[in-house]
Design a protein around this ligand. Structure first.
Ligand SMILES: Cc1cc2nc3c(=O)[nH]c(=O)nc-3n(C[C@H](O)[C@H](O)[C@H](O)COP(=O)(O)O)c2cc1C
Ligand code: SF4
Length: 430
C-alpha cells in the first residue's frame, strides 16, 4: 500500500463531506491504491459503460445530469462534448489539472488521494467521445500529484483498466501526464493546448474553439479534474444523480476554504449550500472574530450582505471554482487586493496591451492607497481600468483581473475613503 512517504512532501489538508461522493475515499491523507479502489466499487462504472452502454448513452446521461464544468466557467459538460462529437475523429481529451488560482486546492485532493476516480472518469469520457489518446496537464508545483498519477496509470494499465483493449473490449486509451512550468495562464484551455504542443503558453484567439480545432488541430475536449471525476458517479447513479442537489445544479461540488475559519480545508456538499453555511461547515470564524469579506479566489469579493448566496452556477450564485478565502475584522481589503493585483500583474502573459499594462497599473494604484499617497483621481483611474481591461483582453485572465477590485470599490467604499484620508480601519497599512 502506498503511503505519503513514497512521494514528495504533501501538506496535511483537512477534508470533510456531507455526501461522500467525490471525497468518499479521500478523507485520510493517503493515496487509495488500485486494489482498494476496486474493492470499494471503483472501475465498475467503466465496466458498465464499456459493456452495457453505448458512447451515445453516456453522452445523453451527462447531458441529462446538467453537469457543469468545475474549472471556473461552469459550462455545461454535455454541450461541450456534443460540439466535439460534431467533428470527425481523431479527437483528444485533456484533463485540466493546472489548478493555479489563488486559494484553489480542490483538484489536488482527488489527484493525491483518489487518482483512480479521475482515471476512471477520463476512461469513460474518452469512450463516450471516441478518444484513444488523452492528456492530464498538471501544474509543475504538484510534483507528488504527478508521480501519483504516473503510478496510478501504470497500475491501471497492468490491471486492464487502461491501455490496449480495456477490460477485454476493443476500446483502447493511452493517458499521458504533462507537467506545466508554473504559469497560471497555462490553465486557460487554449494556452494549455499551446503548452502541450511545445509552444509558449499564450491563449489563442477564439474561434476556432478547442471542440472544433484544439490539440494538434483536432477536436479537443478540455475538462477540469473535478468535472471528469463526476463522470463515474453519473454513470453509476444515472437518473438518481438528479436527486443530488438543487434543480439544474445537480451533483457534488468541492469547496476549498482558507483564511480565517476554524477548519480550513476542502469540503464536499451539494450546491444548495449557501456561503454562510459553508463557513459554518468549516467551523465558523476563527477565534470568534467578526466576518469581513470573502475573496472568491482572485475573481470576486463577497460582503456580509452576500452571505446567503447559493454556491451554485445561477446568475446570482457564487459559481467559479467554489474557492472561498475568508477575511476577518483584522484584515484590510486594500492590503488583500494588492495580493490579488500583484498575482494578475505577474501572471498576465503580456499578449494584450490593456491586460499587460492595466494589471501593472492596478497594482501600482492600490499600493498608493496602502502608502497613503492616493487621490480621488487614482480611485477614478482604478474604476476606469476595471471597465476597460476586460474590453481589450482576449482571454479570461484579462476579463477577471479587475473583478475583485471593482467588487471591493462597490461593496467597501468606506475602506477606500478611509485610505484616502490616510487611515486603515484594520490597522494594517501605513
Ligand atoms: C487564466 C485562466 C486559468 C485557468 N485555470 C484553470 C485551471 O487551473 N483548471 C481548470 O480546470 N480550468 C482553468 N481555467 C478554465 C479553462 O480555460 C477551461 O474553461 C476549463 O478547464 C474547462 O473545464 P470544465 O468545463 O470542466 O470546467 C482557467 C481559465 C483561465 C482564463
Ligand atoms: S488577456 Fe492577458 S493573459 Fe489573456 S492573452 Fe491577453 S495579455 Fe495574456
Amino acid at each position: 500500500m502506498k503511503t505519503r512517504e513514497n512521494y514528495p512532501h504533501i501538506p496535511e489538508i483537512h477534508v470533510e463531506s456531507s455526501i461522500n461522493l467525490l471525497l468518499r475515499r479521500a478523507k485520510e491523507n493517503r493515496t487509495t491504491p488500485l486494489e482498494e479502489y476496486v474493492t470499494t466499487g471503483g472501475y465498475s462504472a467503466l465496466e458498465k459503460a464499456l459493456k452495457r452502454l453505448t458512447p451515445e448513452d453516456i453522452v445523453v446521461l451527462v447531458e441529462e445530469s446538467t453537469l457543469r464544468g468545475r474549472g471556473g466557467a461552469g459550462f455545461p459538460t454535455g454541450r461541450k462534448w456534443r460540439f466535439a462529437l460534431s467533428n470527425p475523429p481523431p479527437r483528444y481529451l485533456i484533463c485540466n489539472a493546472d489548478e493555479s488560482e489563488p486559494g484553489t486546492f480542490k483538484d489536488r485532493i482527488i489527484i493525491e488521494r483518489d487518482p483512480h476516480l479521475l482515471l476512471e472518469g477520463m476512461a469513460i469520457s474518452a469512450y463516450a467521445l471516441g478518444v484513444n489518446e488523452a492528456y492530464i496537464y498538471i501544474r509543475g508545483e504538484y510534483p507528488a500529484g504527478y508521480q501519483i498519477l504516473e503510478d496510478a496509470i501504470r497500475d491501471a494499465e497492468e490491471a486492464g483498466y487502461l491501455g490496449e483493449n480495456i477490460l477485454g473490449t476493443d476500446f483502447s486509451l493511452k493517458i499521458y501526464v504533462y507537467r506545466g512550468a508554473g504559469a497560471y495562464i497555462c490553465g486557460e484551455e487554449t494556452a494549455l493546448i499551446e503548452s502541450i504542443e511545445g509552444k509558449r503558453g499564450h491563449p489563442r484567439l477564439r474561434p476556432p474553439y478547442p471542440a472544433n480545432e484544439g490539440l494538434f488541430g483536432r477536436p479537443t475536449v478540455v475538462n477540469n479534474v473535478e468535472t471528469l471525476s463526476n463522470i463515474p458517479i453519473i454513470v453509476t447513479y444515472e437518473s438518481y444523480f438528479m436527486n443530488i442537489g438543487p434543480s439544474g445544479f445537480y451533483g457534488p461540488k468541492l469547496f476549498p476554504i482558507s483564511g480565517k475559519v476554524e477548519k480550513p480545508g476542502v469540503y464536499e456538499s451539494t450546491m444548495d449550500i449557501t456561503l454562510r453555511e459553508l463557513i459554518e461547515m468549516a467551523g465558523g470564524m476563527k477565534d470568534g472574530k467578526k466576518f469581513k469579506a470573502v475573496f472568491s479566489g482572485a475573481l470576486g469579493v463577497y460582503s456580509k450582505r452576500d452571505l446567503d448566496t447559493p454556491m451554485d452556477y445561477s446568475p446570482k450564485g457564487f459559481g467559479g471554482t467554489g474557492t472561498t478565502i475568508v477575511l476577518d475584522e483584522d484584515d484590510c481589503i486594500i492590503d488583500s487586493l494588492i495580493v490579488i493585483a500583484n498575482f494578475f500583474h505577474h501572471e498576465s502573459c503580456g499578449k494584450c496591451t490593456p491586460c499587460r499594462v492595466g494589471t501593472y497599473e492596478q497594482h501600482n494604484l492600490l499600493k498608493k492607497f496602502q502608502e497613503g499617497t492616493a487621490t480621488e483621481q487614482d480611485l477614478n483611474l482604478l474604476k476606469h481600468l476595471a471597465k476597460n481591461i476586460p474590453i481589450g483582453s482576449i482571454c479570461g485572465l484579462g476579463f477577471s483581473a479587475p473583478q475583485a477590485i471593482a467588487d471591493a470599490i462597490k461593496k467597501y467604499p468606506e475602506e477606500f475613503e478611509a485610505h484616502l484620508r490616510g487611515e486603515c480601519p484594520a490597522g494594517v497599512c501605513f
